[in-house]
Ligand binder design. Structure first.
Ligand SMILES: [Zn+2]
Ligand SMILES: [Zn+2]
Length: 64
């Protein structure tokens, strides 16, 4: 029984770490074009933002 509990604790820890990782991956500045697009369920169409997105980054020009 103890083993099951520790397994649950480990998986819960992993799940929360994964969630945190996803959260910090894309952090747009509130009110920026990218933030608005994301909230609308879209991707920002600005060329500078698309370019940054390709590199897995956030456009620094629009999200500073
Ligand atoms: Zn943008
Ligand atoms: Zn941009």
């Amino acid at each position: 029984m103890k083993k099951v509990l520790s397994l649950l604790a480990v998986s819960a820890l992993l799940a929360s770490t994964a969630l945190m990782g996803a959260d910090t991956k894309k952090k747009y500045t509130a009110g920026s074009c990218c933030d608005k697009a994301q909230k609308a369920g879209k991707v920002c169409p600005h060329p500078c933002c698309v370019e940054a997105e390709k590199k897995g980054e956030i456009c620094k020009k629009c999200n500073s």
